[in-house]
Design a protein around this ligand. Sequence first.
Ligand SMILES: NC(=O)c1ccc[n+]([C@@H]2O[C@H](COP(=O)([O-])OP(=O)(O)OC[C@H]3O[C@@H](n4cnc5c(N)ncnc54)[C@H](O)[C@@H]3O)[C@@H](O)[C@H]2O)c1
Length: 275
Amino acid sequence: MSFVESLFNLRESVVVVTGGGGALPSSIAVAFAKAGAKVALWGRGTHHPMAKAADLVKEQAELPPDSPNVAGITVDTASTTACAAAFDETVRSLGMPDILLNGVGGNMGRSSFLDFDEKVFDEVVRLNLMAGLMVPSRIFAKRWIGAGVEGSIINMTSMASYKGLSAVWAYDAAKAGVLNLTQTLAKELAPHGIRVNAVAPGFFVGNQNRALLFDETTGKLTARGQAIIARTPFGRFGEYEELWGAVLYLANPKASGFVTGVSIPVDGGYLSDNI
Ligand SMILES: NC(=O)c1ccc[n+]([C@@H]2O[C@H](COP(=O)([O-])OP(=O)(O)OC[C@H]3O[C@@H](n4cnc5c(N)ncnc54)[C@H](O)[C@@H]3O)[C@@H](O)[C@H]2O)c1
C-alpha cells in the first residue's frame, strides 16, 4: 500500500451518510465507496427508494451491482427511534459504523424579512439542526461511547455559517448553528476520542438551489446566480468531486486524528472575496 493510500483509504470503515439520496451527500458517498468503505445511505426515500440510491452510488463508484458494500436504509433522521433502528440495521447489514456524514439539510424558498413565514422558518431550523445534526449525532455518540468506538462526525456547514446570505433567514440561522454546534460537540465528545468537524461547500448546483441560480425558461444565470459568480474568485460554481478530498481527510483518523471542531470551506475563494 502506498504512503498516500495508507493515509486516506477507508477499507476498515463503515460510513453512514444521511440524506444519502441527495445531491451532495450521494456524491460524497461515492467518494467513501471509492476509498474502500462500506456505506449505508440513510434517507427518506422521497424521490426514489433508498435501494435505488444505493444502486446509483455503486454504479458511480464502479462497484458491481451485486456488491454488498453499499446499502440503502429508509429513515427519518428527525426521529430518535427511527435513527436507533437504522443504526441497528446498519450494524446488521454492514458492521459497526465509525463515520457519520450528516448530509441532511437544506433551504426552502426565500423572502424579505417583513414577509418571512414562521412555519417555514421552524421547518428549516428543524431540518438542519435536528434531522441534520442533533438527533442522529446523539444516537451515534451514545452507541460509540458504549462500544468504545473513536468515531468521526462530519457536518455540512455552508457559506451562510460564516456570513448571512440575503433572504434565507432560517437557513442563515440554522447553518450558523451547525458551525457553532460542530465546535461545541467537538469539545464534548473529545474525551471519548470522537472527532466532530464540518465541510462548508461554497456554491454547488443542487436540487435545493437550482431555481435560485438559473432561470427555468432561459437556462441563464439569475441575478443571484450572477452575483455569486462575481463574488467567487474562481468565477464558477463548484463541482461535486471537489468536496471529496476535504471529506476523506476529515473522515480518516490516519490523516486528521488531531483535528476536531473545524469547518473546511471548499468555496473557490468565496469567503476571501474583498473589494
Ligand atoms: N448545494 C449546495 O450548494 C450546498 C452548499 C452548502 C451546503 N449545502 C448543504 O449540504 C447538504 C446537502 O445539500 P444538497 O444540496 O445535496 O441537498 P439535497 O436536498 O439534494 O439532499 C438532502 C437530502 O436529505 C434528505 N432528507 C431531508 N430531510 C430528511 C429527514 N428528516 N430524514 C432523512 N432524509 C432527509 C432529502 O430527502 C434529500 O435527499 C445540506 O445540509 C445543505 O445545506 C449544500
